[in-house]
Design a protein. Sequence first.
Length: 222
Amino acid sequence: MKILKLSSILAVALLLFTSCSDDDVPQLEPVEAQRVSNLHAPQTGGTGQGPISGEFTKFDFSTGETTTSETEWDIAFRGTTIIVNGGQSQGATDEPNRTGNAAAYIVESDFVSVVNINEESFAQDTQAALAITPLSDMGWYNYSGPPNPNVPNSNLVTPISGRVLVFRTREGRYAKMEILSYYRDNPTASELMNFTDMMKLTEARYYTFNYVFQPNQGETTF
């Protein structure tokens, strides 16, 4: 009889311990791939049309939305330029102040294979250079050169395949991104070849990209 009672007590204790142990395990938020289509990043000026200006389009990874907040943004787009909310402003016209701890680097890999963060690779924007360089072939895109009627694919901006942008957000979480297109509705390569010179201007600066945001503080994998 005493043995039965002891067994019952042990069973209850084990159940309570298991329940408490389950409660102690942090419940992680899911990490999911998302796609953003036609994020508009307009600018005025540039390409021989005067100084570049215009508000940056700010993006918040935690909400997956653009924002007009002066502080609650992680990255921002204007034309082919991408800035992070960390480091220093370069003093460009309409450039937002940096108020967070965001940083970035580019890795050459396919998107799915980027699963770990390399903290030592992160850089922030500075007065001398942006973390994501805005230059053709050196950052995320290739520019095929100024308009030329004899070159069908001139004056096009195309993302460089196999380059993944990795970000630390303003709050110290992480995200990765692959840019798919710089033109409205993500046209195919053959469709781009048929773009008129006017379409190359009016349909440009509409980003389509895939991204994965790691919402869990302290987690460094995707």
